[in-house]
Write a protein that binds this ligand. Structure first.
Ligand code: SAH
Ligand code: SF4
Ligand code: F3S
Length: 446
Protein backbone atom coordinates (compact mmCIF):
# COMPACT_ATOMS: atom_id res chain seq x y z
CA UNK A 1 0.00 0.00 0.00
CA UNK A 2 1.07 3.59 -0.57
CA UNK A 3 2.02 5.74 2.41
CA UNK A 4 -0.66 8.32 3.28
CA UNK A 5 -1.07 11.40 5.46
CA UNK A 6 -1.82 10.79 9.11
CA UNK A 7 -5.63 10.76 9.51
CA UNK A 8 -7.25 13.87 10.98
CA UNK A 9 -10.72 12.41 11.42
CA UNK A 10 -12.09 9.01 12.42
CA UNK A 11 -15.36 7.12 12.52
CA UNK A 12 -15.97 3.90 14.43
CA UNK A 13 -18.95 1.87 13.20
CA UNK A 14 -20.09 -0.85 15.60
CA UNK A 15 -22.32 -3.66 14.34
CA UNK A 16 -22.51 -6.14 17.20
CA UNK A 17 -23.64 -6.69 20.75
CA UNK A 18 -23.27 -4.25 23.64
CA UNK A 19 -19.74 -5.47 24.31
CA UNK A 20 -18.90 -4.70 20.72
CA UNK A 21 -20.36 -1.21 21.24
CA UNK A 22 -18.27 -0.83 24.41
CA UNK A 23 -15.14 -1.85 22.46
CA UNK A 24 -16.08 0.70 19.79
CA UNK A 25 -16.30 3.47 22.39
CA UNK A 26 -12.90 2.51 23.78
CA UNK A 27 -11.32 2.51 20.32
CA UNK A 28 -12.80 5.95 19.66
CA UNK A 29 -11.29 7.20 22.94
CA UNK A 30 -7.90 5.86 21.94
CA UNK A 31 -8.01 7.64 18.60
CA UNK A 32 -9.20 10.84 20.29
CA UNK A 33 -6.21 10.81 22.66
CA UNK A 34 -4.01 10.83 19.55
CA UNK A 35 -5.63 14.08 18.47
CA UNK A 36 -7.79 12.50 15.77
CA UNK A 37 -11.28 14.05 15.71
CA UNK A 38 -14.64 12.38 15.07
CA UNK A 39 -15.66 12.99 11.45
CA UNK A 40 -18.46 15.53 10.96
CA UNK A 41 -21.93 14.11 10.26
CA UNK A 42 -22.37 13.25 6.56
CA UNK A 43 -18.66 13.36 5.75
CA UNK A 44 -16.45 10.28 5.35
CA UNK A 45 -13.59 10.07 7.83
CA UNK A 46 -9.88 9.73 7.00
CA UNK A 47 -9.86 6.59 9.15
CA UNK A 48 -12.82 4.21 9.38
CA UNK A 49 -12.95 1.40 11.94
CA UNK A 50 -15.49 -1.28 11.03
CA UNK A 51 -16.19 -2.95 14.37
CA UNK A 52 -17.77 -6.17 13.15
CA UNK A 53 -19.97 -8.97 14.45
CA UNK A 54 -19.69 -12.63 13.44
CA UNK A 55 -22.72 -14.04 15.23
CA UNK A 56 -24.90 -14.60 12.15
CA UNK A 57 -24.00 -14.86 8.47
CA UNK A 58 -25.71 -11.62 7.45
CA UNK A 59 -23.80 -9.62 10.02
CA UNK A 60 -20.51 -11.14 8.94
CA UNK A 61 -21.01 -10.62 5.19
CA UNK A 62 -21.87 -6.97 5.73
CA UNK A 63 -18.25 -6.08 6.29
CA UNK A 64 -17.32 -6.72 2.66
CA UNK A 65 -20.08 -4.57 1.21
CA UNK A 66 -19.16 -1.81 3.65
CA UNK A 67 -15.51 -1.91 2.60
CA UNK A 68 -16.58 -1.62 -1.03
CA UNK A 69 -18.78 1.38 -0.32
CA UNK A 70 -16.36 3.49 1.74
CA UNK A 71 -15.19 6.53 -0.16
CA UNK A 72 -14.13 10.07 0.72
CA UNK A 73 -15.42 13.20 -1.02
CA UNK A 74 -12.31 13.35 -3.27
CA UNK A 75 -12.96 9.80 -4.49
CA UNK A 76 -10.12 8.18 -2.52
CA UNK A 77 -10.59 5.49 0.06
CA UNK A 78 -10.14 6.19 3.76
CA UNK A 79 -7.72 4.16 5.86
CA UNK A 80 -9.74 1.10 6.86
CA UNK A 81 -9.39 -0.98 9.99
CA UNK A 82 -11.54 -4.07 10.46
CA UNK A 83 -12.03 -4.78 14.17
CA UNK A 84 -14.39 -6.99 16.17
CA UNK A 85 -15.35 -10.63 15.89
CA UNK A 86 -15.15 -11.01 12.09
CA UNK A 87 -11.58 -9.70 12.32
CA UNK A 88 -10.85 -12.38 14.92
CA UNK A 89 -12.49 -15.20 12.97
CA UNK A 90 -11.50 -14.30 9.42
CA UNK A 91 -8.53 -11.96 9.71
CA UNK A 92 -6.42 -13.59 7.02
CA UNK A 93 -9.36 -13.97 4.65
CA UNK A 94 -10.17 -10.26 4.99
CA UNK A 95 -6.59 -9.31 4.21
CA UNK A 96 -6.69 -11.53 1.13
CA UNK A 97 -10.17 -10.58 -0.08
CA UNK A 98 -10.08 -6.84 0.63
CA UNK A 99 -6.89 -5.05 -0.43
CA UNK A 100 -8.35 -1.72 0.73
CA UNK A 101 -8.09 -2.87 4.34
CA UNK A 102 -4.84 -1.93 6.05
CA UNK A 103 -5.52 -3.04 9.61
CA UNK A 104 -7.22 -6.13 11.05
CA UNK A 105 -7.50 -6.13 14.81
CA UNK A 106 -9.29 -8.64 17.07
CA UNK A 107 -11.46 -7.81 20.10
CA UNK A 108 -8.67 -8.64 22.57
CA UNK A 109 -5.93 -6.74 20.75
CA UNK A 110 -7.41 -3.34 19.92
CA UNK A 111 -5.31 -1.52 22.50
CA UNK A 112 -2.56 -1.90 19.89
CA UNK A 113 -4.54 -0.05 17.24
CA UNK A 114 -2.45 3.17 17.55
CA UNK A 115 0.79 1.30 16.74
CA UNK A 116 -0.90 -0.41 13.81
CA UNK A 117 -2.09 2.96 12.60
CA UNK A 118 1.49 4.29 12.56
CA UNK A 119 2.45 1.39 10.30
CA UNK A 120 -0.61 1.82 8.11
CA UNK A 121 0.24 5.47 7.48
CA UNK A 122 3.63 4.27 6.23
CA UNK A 123 1.89 1.91 3.85
CA UNK A 124 2.25 -1.33 5.82
CA UNK A 125 -0.66 -3.69 6.39
CA UNK A 126 -0.96 -5.26 9.83
CA UNK A 127 -3.02 -7.97 11.51
CA UNK A 128 -3.26 -8.51 15.27
CA UNK A 129 -5.63 -11.17 16.57
CA UNK A 130 -3.77 -12.16 19.74
CA UNK A 131 -5.86 -12.85 22.82
CA UNK A 132 -4.10 -11.38 25.88
CA UNK A 133 -7.49 -10.19 27.20
CA UNK A 134 -6.53 -8.50 30.46
CA UNK A 135 -3.60 -6.56 28.99
CA UNK A 136 -6.04 -4.65 26.83
CA UNK A 137 -7.89 -2.90 29.64
CA UNK A 138 -4.69 -1.74 31.34
CA UNK A 139 -3.46 -0.21 28.10
CA UNK A 140 -6.61 1.77 27.34
CA UNK A 141 -6.85 5.51 28.04
CA UNK A 142 -9.07 7.08 30.73
CA UNK A 143 -12.78 7.35 30.02
CA UNK A 144 -13.80 10.73 28.65
CA UNK A 145 -17.17 12.48 28.98
CA UNK A 146 -19.97 9.98 28.53
CA UNK A 147 -23.76 9.78 28.50
CA UNK A 148 -25.95 9.05 31.53
CA UNK A 149 -26.26 5.33 30.70
CA UNK A 150 -22.82 3.74 30.42
CA UNK A 151 -21.50 0.26 29.69
CA UNK A 152 -18.77 -1.40 31.69
CA UNK A 153 -17.29 -4.69 30.48
CA UNK A 154 -16.62 -6.87 33.54
CA UNK A 155 -16.21 -10.26 31.95
CA UNK A 156 -15.26 -11.50 28.52
CA UNK A 157 -15.32 -14.75 26.64
CA UNK A 158 -17.40 -17.85 26.96
CA UNK A 159 -16.74 -21.48 27.95
CA UNK A 160 -20.24 -22.72 27.26
CA UNK A 161 -19.78 -23.83 23.66
CA UNK A 162 -23.40 -23.84 22.58
CA UNK A 163 -23.17 -25.84 19.37
CA UNK A 164 -24.43 -23.00 17.11
CA UNK A 165 -22.29 -20.18 18.49
CA UNK A 166 -19.02 -18.53 17.41
CA UNK A 167 -18.44 -16.49 20.55
CA UNK A 168 -16.18 -19.01 22.36
CA UNK A 169 -13.94 -18.88 19.27
CA UNK A 170 -14.00 -15.14 18.60
CA UNK A 171 -13.78 -13.96 22.21
CA UNK A 172 -11.88 -16.83 23.77
CA UNK A 173 -12.20 -18.39 27.22
CA UNK A 174 -14.08 -16.78 30.11
CA UNK A 175 -12.05 -14.23 32.01
CA UNK A 176 -13.10 -11.81 34.73
CA UNK A 177 -11.61 -8.34 35.07
CA UNK A 178 -10.23 -7.68 38.58
CA UNK A 179 -12.60 -6.26 41.21
CA UNK A 180 -10.53 -3.18 42.01
CA UNK A 181 -10.20 -2.21 38.32
CA UNK A 182 -13.96 -2.38 37.97
CA UNK A 183 -14.72 -0.32 41.07
CA UNK A 184 -12.22 2.29 39.88
CA UNK A 185 -13.62 2.37 36.35
CA UNK A 186 -17.20 2.59 37.67
CA UNK A 187 -16.26 5.57 39.88
CA UNK A 188 -14.67 7.29 36.89
CA UNK A 189 -17.74 6.65 34.78
CA UNK A 190 -19.90 8.29 37.44
CA UNK A 191 -17.51 11.25 37.65
CA UNK A 192 -17.74 11.53 33.86
CA UNK A 193 -21.54 11.77 34.02
CA UNK A 194 -22.95 8.23 34.19
CA UNK A 195 -26.04 7.75 36.37
CA UNK A 196 -26.64 4.18 35.24
CA UNK A 197 -24.07 1.46 34.57
CA UNK A 198 -24.77 -1.76 32.71
CA UNK A 199 -22.24 -4.46 33.57
CA UNK A 200 -21.41 -6.37 30.43
CA UNK A 201 -20.14 -9.84 29.69
CA UNK A 202 -20.84 -12.60 27.17
CA UNK A 203 -21.62 -14.49 30.30
CA UNK A 204 -21.67 -11.79 32.92
CA UNK A 205 -23.02 -13.88 35.78
CA UNK A 206 -19.87 -16.04 35.56
CA UNK A 207 -17.86 -13.03 36.82
CA UNK A 208 -15.87 -13.71 39.98
CA UNK A 209 -13.14 -11.86 41.78
CA UNK A 210 -11.53 -10.94 45.07
CA UNK A 211 -12.86 -7.90 46.91
CA UNK A 212 -10.87 -5.31 48.95
CA UNK A 213 -10.80 -7.63 51.94
CA UNK A 214 -9.54 -10.58 49.95
CA UNK A 215 -12.89 -12.38 49.89
CA UNK A 216 -14.06 -14.31 46.85
CA UNK A 217 -17.12 -12.54 45.42
CA UNK A 218 -19.46 -13.19 42.53
CA UNK A 219 -21.46 -10.77 40.42
CA UNK A 220 -23.92 -10.11 43.27
CA UNK A 221 -21.05 -9.03 45.54
CA UNK A 222 -19.69 -6.72 42.87
CA UNK A 223 -23.14 -5.18 42.35
CA UNK A 224 -23.53 -4.69 46.10
CA UNK A 225 -20.27 -2.75 46.30
CA UNK A 226 -20.92 -0.70 43.17
CA UNK A 227 -24.28 0.28 44.67
CA UNK A 228 -22.32 2.17 47.36
CA UNK A 229 -20.97 4.65 44.79
CA UNK A 230 -22.57 8.05 45.38
CA UNK A 231 -24.15 9.51 42.27
CA UNK A 232 -24.69 6.11 40.69
CA UNK A 233 -28.46 5.61 40.61
CA UNK A 234 -28.97 2.43 38.62
CA UNK A 235 -27.19 -0.83 37.91
CA UNK A 236 -28.03 -3.39 35.25
CA UNK A 237 -26.20 -6.44 33.90
CA UNK A 238 -26.30 -8.49 30.72
CA UNK A 239 -26.05 -11.20 29.32
CA UNK A 240 -26.50 -14.21 31.55
CA UNK A 241 -26.56 -17.95 31.04
CA UNK A 242 -29.04 -19.95 33.15
CA UNK A 243 -26.23 -22.20 34.43
CA UNK A 244 -24.46 -19.39 36.28
CA UNK A 245 -27.31 -17.78 38.19
CA UNK A 246 -26.61 -18.25 41.90
CA UNK A 247 -28.75 -17.72 45.04
CA UNK A 248 -26.94 -14.51 45.89
CA UNK A 249 -27.72 -12.92 42.55
CA UNK A 250 -31.37 -13.89 42.90
CA UNK A 251 -31.43 -12.41 46.42
CA UNK A 252 -29.70 -9.24 45.21
CA UNK A 253 -32.72 -8.48 43.03
CA UNK A 254 -34.87 -8.28 46.15
CA UNK A 255 -32.35 -6.39 48.27
CA UNK A 256 -30.45 -3.82 46.24
CA UNK A 257 -32.62 -0.85 45.29
CA UNK A 258 -30.19 0.36 42.64
CA UNK A 259 -30.30 -2.99 40.83
CA UNK A 260 -33.03 -2.48 38.24
CA UNK A 261 -35.94 -4.96 37.95
CA UNK A 262 -34.90 -6.37 34.60
CA UNK A 263 -33.37 -9.69 33.63
CA UNK A 264 -32.14 -10.74 30.21
CA UNK A 265 -31.87 -14.51 30.37
CA UNK A 266 -31.73 -16.25 26.98
CA UNK A 267 -33.41 -19.63 26.70
CA UNK A 268 -33.07 -20.19 22.90
CA UNK A 269 -35.74 -22.91 22.58
CA UNK A 270 -38.55 -24.66 24.45
CA UNK A 271 -37.83 -28.25 23.48
CA UNK A 272 -35.53 -30.27 25.73
CA UNK A 273 -34.26 -32.32 22.81
CA UNK A 274 -33.30 -29.16 20.92
CA UNK A 275 -31.75 -27.64 24.06
CA UNK A 276 -29.63 -30.78 24.47
CA UNK A 277 -28.51 -30.63 20.83
CA UNK A 278 -27.63 -26.99 21.42
CA UNK A 279 -25.52 -28.03 24.46
CA UNK A 280 -27.46 -25.57 26.63
CA UNK A 281 -27.18 -27.50 29.96
CA UNK A 282 -30.69 -26.51 31.04
CA UNK A 283 -34.17 -27.80 30.27
CA UNK A 284 -37.30 -25.76 29.65
CA UNK A 285 -38.49 -26.72 33.11
CA UNK A 286 -35.27 -25.84 34.94
CA UNK A 287 -35.30 -22.47 33.16
CA UNK A 288 -38.90 -21.78 34.20
CA UNK A 289 -38.13 -22.80 37.80
CA UNK A 290 -35.20 -20.38 37.83
CA UNK A 291 -37.41 -17.55 36.61
CA UNK A 292 -39.92 -18.33 39.34
CA UNK A 293 -37.22 -17.83 41.94
CA UNK A 294 -36.21 -14.49 40.43
CA UNK A 295 -39.84 -13.39 40.35
CA UNK A 296 -40.31 -14.41 43.96
CA UNK A 297 -37.35 -12.16 44.91
CA UNK A 298 -38.56 -9.27 42.77
CA UNK A 299 -42.21 -9.58 41.75
CA UNK A 300 -42.17 -6.71 39.23
CA UNK A 301 -39.14 -8.13 37.38
CA UNK A 302 -39.29 -7.57 33.60
CA UNK A 303 -37.96 -10.55 31.64
CA UNK A 304 -36.15 -10.63 28.36
CA UNK A 305 -34.79 -13.54 26.32
CA UNK A 306 -33.11 -14.68 23.12
CA UNK A 307 -34.54 -17.31 20.78
CA UNK A 308 -33.30 -19.28 17.80
CA UNK A 309 -35.82 -20.86 15.43
CA UNK A 310 -34.92 -23.60 12.98
CA UNK A 311 -31.98 -25.15 14.80
CA UNK A 312 -30.96 -28.27 12.80
CA UNK A 313 -33.50 -31.03 13.34
CA UNK A 314 -36.13 -28.81 14.98
CA UNK A 315 -39.56 -30.27 14.15
CA UNK A 316 -42.88 -28.43 14.04
CA UNK A 317 -43.85 -30.00 17.35
CA UNK A 318 -40.56 -28.92 18.93
CA UNK A 319 -41.06 -25.38 17.71
CA UNK A 320 -44.54 -25.42 19.30
CA UNK A 321 -42.79 -26.04 22.61
CA UNK A 322 -40.95 -22.73 22.18
CA UNK A 323 -44.30 -20.98 21.72
CA UNK A 324 -45.62 -22.75 24.80
CA UNK A 325 -42.68 -21.54 26.87
CA UNK A 326 -43.21 -17.98 25.62
CA UNK A 327 -46.86 -18.18 26.65
CA UNK A 328 -45.82 -19.22 30.12
CA UNK A 329 -43.12 -16.62 30.68
CA UNK A 330 -44.78 -13.54 29.17
CA UNK A 331 -41.58 -11.68 28.28
CA UNK A 332 -41.40 -7.90 28.51
CA UNK A 333 -39.16 -7.93 25.44
CA UNK A 334 -37.04 -10.43 23.50
CA UNK A 335 -34.72 -11.00 20.58
CA UNK A 336 -35.41 -13.80 18.12
CA UNK A 337 -33.36 -15.06 15.22
CA UNK A 338 -33.37 -17.60 12.44
CA UNK A 339 -30.64 -20.17 12.95
CA UNK A 340 -27.56 -19.24 10.93
CA UNK A 341 -24.93 -21.95 10.35
CA UNK A 342 -21.54 -20.62 11.39
CA UNK A 343 -18.30 -22.06 10.00
CA UNK A 344 -16.45 -24.27 12.47
CA UNK A 345 -19.36 -24.76 14.89
CA UNK A 346 -20.71 -28.30 15.48
CA UNK A 347 -24.30 -27.39 14.51
CA UNK A 348 -23.23 -26.25 11.03
CA UNK A 349 -22.56 -29.86 10.03
CA UNK A 350 -25.54 -31.45 11.80
CA UNK A 351 -28.19 -33.34 9.84
CA UNK A 352 -31.64 -31.87 9.34
CA UNK A 353 -30.81 -28.27 8.41
CA UNK A 354 -34.20 -26.54 8.29
CA UNK A 355 -35.47 -24.92 5.06
CA UNK A 356 -35.48 -21.14 4.91
CA UNK A 357 -39.25 -20.91 4.32
CA UNK A 358 -39.89 -23.00 7.41
CA UNK A 359 -37.62 -20.75 9.48
CA UNK A 360 -39.35 -17.65 8.09
CA UNK A 361 -42.75 -18.96 9.09
CA UNK A 362 -41.59 -19.99 12.56
CA UNK A 363 -39.90 -16.65 13.17
CA UNK A 364 -43.04 -14.80 12.16
CA UNK A 365 -45.19 -16.79 14.54
CA UNK A 366 -42.71 -16.43 17.39
CA UNK A 367 -42.33 -12.70 16.86
CA UNK A 368 -46.10 -12.23 16.77
CA UNK A 369 -46.30 -13.89 20.19
CA UNK A 370 -43.37 -11.89 21.57
CA UNK A 371 -44.81 -8.60 20.25
CA UNK A 372 -48.17 -9.42 21.79
CA UNK A 373 -46.48 -9.99 25.17
CA UNK A 374 -44.34 -6.86 24.92
CA UNK A 375 -47.41 -4.70 24.35
CA UNK A 376 -49.22 -6.49 27.17
CA UNK A 377 -46.29 -5.88 29.49
CA UNK A 378 -46.22 -2.18 28.59
CA UNK A 379 -49.98 -1.94 29.08
CA UNK A 380 -49.61 -3.63 32.45
CA UNK A 381 -47.33 -0.84 33.64
CA UNK A 382 -49.80 1.95 32.77
CA UNK A 383 -50.87 3.60 35.99
CA UNK A 384 -47.55 2.97 37.71
CA UNK A 385 -45.39 5.79 39.06
CA UNK A 386 -41.67 5.33 38.48
CA UNK A 387 -38.38 7.10 37.90
CA UNK A 388 -37.18 7.71 34.38
CA UNK A 389 -33.57 8.43 33.50
CA UNK A 390 -33.53 11.15 30.84
CA UNK A 391 -31.30 9.93 28.00
CA UNK A 392 -32.10 12.19 25.04
CA UNK A 393 -34.34 14.79 23.48
CA UNK A 394 -37.51 13.60 21.77
CA UNK A 395 -38.68 14.47 18.27
CA UNK A 396 -40.64 17.58 19.30
CA UNK A 397 -39.39 20.62 21.22
CA UNK A 398 -39.71 20.19 24.98
CA UNK A 399 -40.03 16.42 24.62
CA UNK A 400 -37.67 14.03 26.39
CA UNK A 401 -36.98 10.32 26.16
CA UNK A 402 -35.85 8.18 29.02
CA UNK A 403 -35.85 4.66 30.36
CA UNK A 404 -38.09 3.25 33.06
CA UNK A 405 -36.65 0.78 35.60
CA UNK A 406 -38.08 -1.99 33.35
CA UNK A 407 -36.01 -0.72 30.40
CA UNK A 408 -39.02 0.65 28.54
CA UNK A 409 -38.66 3.88 26.58
CA UNK A 410 -40.92 6.58 28.01
CA UNK A 411 -41.46 10.07 26.62
CA UNK A 412 -42.77 13.14 28.40
CA UNK A 413 -42.65 16.92 28.25
CA UNK A 414 -41.04 19.53 30.44
CA UNK A 415 -37.88 21.42 31.17
CA UNK A 416 -35.19 18.82 31.88
CA UNK A 417 -31.62 17.90 31.07
CA UNK A 418 -30.01 14.68 29.95
CA UNK A 419 -29.02 12.69 33.04
CA UNK A 420 -31.93 13.90 35.22
CA UNK A 421 -33.95 11.32 37.10
CA UNK A 422 -37.58 12.31 36.90
CA UNK A 423 -40.58 10.81 38.64
CA UNK A 424 -43.38 10.15 36.18
CA UNK A 425 -46.78 8.53 35.88
CA UNK A 426 -47.03 6.07 33.01
CA UNK A 427 -50.14 7.05 31.06
CA UNK A 428 -50.39 5.21 27.78
CA UNK A 429 -48.63 2.22 26.23
CA UNK A 430 -47.56 1.44 22.69
CA UNK A 431 -45.59 -1.60 21.49
CA UNK A 432 -42.23 0.18 21.78
CA UNK A 433 -42.71 3.09 24.16
CA UNK A 434 -44.95 4.73 26.74
CA UNK A 435 -46.31 8.22 27.17
CA UNK A 436 -45.71 9.61 30.63
CA UNK A 437 -46.39 12.76 32.59
CA UNK A 438 -44.08 14.26 35.15
CA UNK A 439 -45.22 14.49 38.75
CA UNK A 440 -45.26 18.08 40.05
CA UNK A 441 -41.87 19.09 41.47
CA UNK A 442 -40.49 15.66 40.78
CA UNK A 443 -36.99 16.40 39.53
CA UNK A 444 -34.45 14.42 41.49
CA UNK A 445 -30.74 15.08 41.15
CA UNK A 446 -29.68 12.85 44.03
N1 SAH B 1 -23.72 -14.87 25.61
C1 SAH B 1 -25.01 -14.50 25.31
C2 SAH B 1 -25.23 -13.90 23.95
C3 SAH B 1 -24.74 -14.63 22.76
S1 SAH B 1 -25.07 -13.96 21.19
C4 SAH B 1 -25.91 -15.67 25.60
O1 SAH B 1 -25.51 -16.80 25.71
O2 SAH B 1 -27.07 -15.45 25.74
C5 SAH B 1 -26.71 -13.39 21.28
C6 SAH B 1 -27.74 -14.31 20.71
O3 SAH B 1 -27.51 -14.55 19.36
C7 SAH B 1 -27.80 -15.67 21.35
O4 SAH B 1 -28.43 -15.68 22.58
C8 SAH B 1 -28.55 -16.45 20.30
O5 SAH B 1 -29.94 -16.32 20.49
C9 SAH B 1 -28.16 -15.75 19.00
N2 SAH B 1 -27.27 -16.58 18.20
C10 SAH B 1 -26.02 -17.00 18.51
N3 SAH B 1 -25.53 -17.77 17.51
C11 SAH B 1 -26.48 -17.85 16.56
C12 SAH B 1 -26.57 -18.52 15.31
N4 SAH B 1 -25.58 -19.26 14.85
N5 SAH B 1 -27.71 -18.35 14.60
C13 SAH B 1 -28.73 -17.60 15.05
N6 SAH B 1 -28.70 -16.96 16.23
C14 SAH B 1 -27.59 -17.08 16.99
FE1 SF4 C 1 -22.67 -18.32 22.63
FE2 SF4 C 1 -23.78 -20.05 24.28
FE3 SF4 C 1 -21.62 -18.70 25.04
FE4 SF4 C 1 -23.94 -17.43 24.78
S1 SF4 C 1 -23.48 -19.08 26.25
S2 SF4 C 1 -21.96 -16.76 24.03
S3 SF4 C 1 -24.86 -18.49 23.06
S4 SF4 C 1 -21.70 -20.22 23.43
FE1 F3S D 1 -21.15 -10.33 17.61
FE2 F3S D 1 -18.84 -10.73 18.72
FE3 F3S D 1 -20.80 -9.67 20.10
S1 F3S D 1 -19.82 -12.07 17.30
S2 F3S D 1 -22.58 -10.61 19.22
S3 F3S D 1 -19.80 -8.77 18.34
S4 F3S D 1 -19.27 -11.08 20.86
Amino acid sequence: MKPTNAPKTYRVKSFGCQMNVYDGERMAEMLATRGIKPAPEGEEADLVVLNTCHIREKAAEKVYSDIGRLQKADGTKPLIAVAGCVAQAEGEEIMARAPAVSMVVGPQAYHRLPEMLDKAVQGERATDTDMPAIAKFAALPERRKIGPAAFLTVQEGCDKFCTYCVVPYTRGAEISRPYSDLVTEARKLVEAGAREITLLGQNVSAWSGEDDRGRRVGLAGLIRDLADIDGLARIRYTTSHPADMDDELIAAHGEIDKLMPFLHLPVQAGSDRVLRAMNRSHTAESYLKLLERFRAARPDLALSGDFIVGFPGETDAEFEETLKLVDEVRYAQAFSFKYSPRPGTPAASMDGQVAKEVMDERLQRLQAALNRDQLAFNEGTVGRTCEVLVERKGKHPGQWLGKTPWLQSAWFEGDYAIGDLVEVDLLEAGPNSLRASVREGALSLA
